[in-house]
Design a protein around this ligand. Sequence first.
Ligand SMILES: [Zn+2]
Length: 135
Amino acid sequence: MVKQRAETKVGHAARHARADQIAQCRDDIRRGLLAHRYQLLSQVARVEDELDWLASNVEPEVLEEGQEQALANVLERLDEHDRREIAAINSALERMDRGEYGICRICRVEISRARLDAVPTADLCRACAESREAL
Ligand SMILES: [Zn+2]
């Protein structure tokens, strides 16, 4: 996925028009997810240190030791709902890195763009989500 993105930058756009379009959509969604995560965390971040890693938009797994502690402190202050939201965002970002974003976790069908627009962290297609809710 990362490799594909780098490729589009050096100009194979014409050959990979369709792939580019998808990558572009994912980049937009990714930016949206990061912005949402930033917004959730920044409402409880109090000191500059805690916002440092947010500003750099890095993934939690590449945090330095001090930053990691700062993040833990921030997460601690979030309520249950926001914490779950952030976990969902992180998981969506991870699926994006693995090239699995937008694919239903259960039936492996492609999740519709409309659904992803409405629920960017969705990891189930509508049918699977509904049948799960019905359980
Ligand atoms: Zn499904």
